[in-house]
Design a binder for this molecule. Structure first.
Ligand code: SIN
Length: 329
């Protein structure tokens, strides 16, 4: 019977990271699940650990998952390559990190395309959203589902009350052409950077600001090194829970089917609680002394007007039909 223990490397880097590191038994199919987030109730941490817990209990003797959080195995610049090389078997990268493999995922990054998380979930559950899970089949990537997280907000080393406050500031972004164009539309300078480098870059002034969810802003302590966060809700942060075709093909049929069934269940269950989790992290930021700037309707419209032209810029690459399907969700 396998036991769950704390991974030593993860423990060294973050004592608060809940890491379901299993002692896999000889003869089991071992899948390493690598991700970059931390904390104990972060939506991705919870989904990853639940997946490992279920597979390790229900497929004991057949399959075993080891979870490596907090970029302890691979950071987000290397993890997709590692999946293709077979050095890791399960990932959940942000949907913004697939630009080298497909331009279609740019739809998720278009500013203000989703009114809120409910609209984003309607889209990911729609036929168009489900088709995107297999948009990178030719590369060998298989999307097993979307792990949702939350809407994103801008923070900076000065209050961002209107878009022109961002002029001339350097913002860390994920490596996404849409995100870069969005920052440029605000008059800022986009600086693509791996997630694990963001705190240090904000602290030392390499960048002035960043955009993220409440869960990441709290668990990575970004709020401690920023003046405040503005509740823009300008973009979605969600993850592609994924594996490789090669890994799936290497599994016996029964094991593959059982794993996929558990994967679907865990995804559905995890997505039910993400809105509450994000709301709790928002409150935790306030409780810890972080400042949040709220926007009234007119204030929000100013951000929408500044960034909306980005849609047109990417219409050919993403596809007008896909943009329309997302926008009408
Ligand atoms: C993540 O939540 O996986 C990382 C998001 C980011 O890079 O900002």
């Amino acid at each position: 019977m396998k036991k769950l223990t704390l991974g030593l490397s993860a423990l060294a880097l973050s004592v608060s990271a809940a890491t379901a590191q299993a002692n896999c038994d000889a003869g089991e199919i071992v899948a390493k699940l690598s991700h970059v987030t931390g904390g104990t109730t972060h939506p991705k941490v919870v989904a990853a650990n639940k997946l490992a817990e279920r597979v390790n209990a229900e497929m004991n003797g057949t399959m075993c998952i080891e979870v490596y959080p907090n970029s302890t195995l691979f950071g987000d610049s290397k993890e997709l390559e590692a999946l293709l090389l077979g050095d890791v078997q399960i990932l959940a990268p942000s949907l913004s990190k697939f630009g080298s493999y497909t331009s279609k995922f740019g739809v998720f990054d278009l500013p203000f395309i989703f009114k809120d998380m409910d609209a984003a979930m309607r889209f990911t559950n729609s036929d168009a959203g489900q088709d995107l899970l297999l948009a990178m089949e030719d590369v060998g990537f298989v999307g097993l589902g979307y792990w949702m997280s939350g809407m994103k907000y801008f923070s900076a080393n000065k209050p961002l009350l209107k878009p022109s406050d961002a002029e001339g500031l350097k913002f860390r972004v994920q490596n996404s052409d849409v995100a870069k164009a969005m920052i440029a539309a605000m008059g800022g300078s986009p600086q693509p950077m791996a997630f694990k480098e963001v705190y240090g870059a904000l602290q030392t002034g390499v960048v002035d600001g960043q955009e993220n969810t409440w869960s990441n802003i709290y668990t990575k302590k970004f709020f401690e090194v920023q003046d405040s966060t503005t509740e823009t809700s300008h973009q979605l942060l969600a993850y592609l829970f994924m594996t490789s075709q090669e890994f799936l093909d290497s599994m016996p049929k029964d094991a593959r089917e059982q794993f996929i069934a558990i994967a679907k269940d865990v995804t559905n269950e995890a997505n039910l609680s993400v809105k509450d989790k994000e709301a709790n992290y928002r409150q935790s930021i306030l409780d810890a002394g972080g400042k949040i700037n709220t926007l009234d309707d007119a204030g929000r419209k100013a951000w929408v007007d500044a960034m909306k032209p980005v849609w047109k810029q990417f219409e050919d690459k993403i596809g007008a039909d896909l943009i329309e399907a997302a926008a009408n969700s």
